[in-house]
Design a protein around this ligand. Structure first.
Ligand SMILES: [Zn+2]
Length: 242
């Protein structure tokens, strides 16, 4: 009895009941995923197009009611005003879904640019610190949680840069902090790809330094945020909101 694309509460109900979902193990990665009403064709397409989105390996923190209450809407180019409110609600619901998973598990979901649901919840493995997000043939936005509340990882940015139809990618931290990046008209893909590669190279240098792992990851997180904030790429907008 699945028909929840037009309702706002069924997504949370879906996680509760499990009726509209099935848990499947991806044979390549061993990751468990929750697939909501996916046809076989969609499943095959999903497997072909999937790619991992990572959190930095900082300490995961639990989702609290305070962090869910902290989630705010933000202005962006990709979404109209109503869809911006819809995104805020979907971020809150994603945190509710993440709250029911073992600590450290990432959860993702994909929407059209009108915030219509394109997938159910996609749940990463609790010990992999990553979640697989399908690519789509239509323009879409993808949201995913970072249990440590860190910003985009270099892998997240690379996949965002590569996927032309992925118009916006957001990270919602378990603390309610939102990071978002979007492509607008006239995006300079080559320039952005180069920037992402530069960020990735810089993080590798930090990783090779003589510091504790925790110090390195904190430094990488700060470096990525500063790079996205201060070094503007035409057609790519970066937001932080909380
Ligand atoms: Zn990520």
């Amino acid at each position: 009895m699945y028909n929840c694309r037009c309702t706002t509460v069924a997504v949370v109900d879906g996680v509760d009941t499990g009726n509209a979902m099935r848990r499947a193990r991806d044979p390549e990665t061993g990751q468990n995923v929750l697939v909501e009403d996916m046809t076989y064709d969609e499943w095959v397409k999903w497997k072909m197009a999937k790619g991992a989105f990572y959190d930095l390996s900082l300490q995961p923190k639990p989702v609290t009611i305070e962090s869910i209450n902290r989630v705010k809407a933000f202005q962006c180019v990709t979404l109209g005003a109503a869809a911006q409110t819809g995104l805020k609600n979907m971020h809150k619901q994603l945190l509710l879904a993440a709250r029911k998973q073992p600590l450290g598990t990432e959860v993702a979901r994909v929407f059209g640019c009108d915030m219509g649901k394109l997938t159910g919840y996609i749940v990463g493995d609790d010990n992999q610190k990553s979640v697989y997000i399908p690519n789509m043939e239509v323009e879409h936005i993808a949201i995913h949680t970072h249990p440590s509340s860190s910003a985009f990882s270099p892998k997240d940015l690379l996949r965002f840069a590569q996927r032309d139809k992925l118009k916006m990618l957001t990270v919602i931290g378990h603390n309610g902090h939102i990071y978002a990046i979007e492509k607008t008209d006239g995006v300079e893909k080559e320039i952005f790809m180069k920037k992402v590669h530069d960020i990735s190279a810089a993080t590798k240098i930090i990783l090779a330094s003589n510091k504790t792992n925790e110090e390195k990851l904190v430094e990488i997180n700060a470096f990525i945020r500063e790079s996205l904030k201060n070094d503007y790429t035409p057609g790519v907008n970066y937001y932080e909101q909380w």
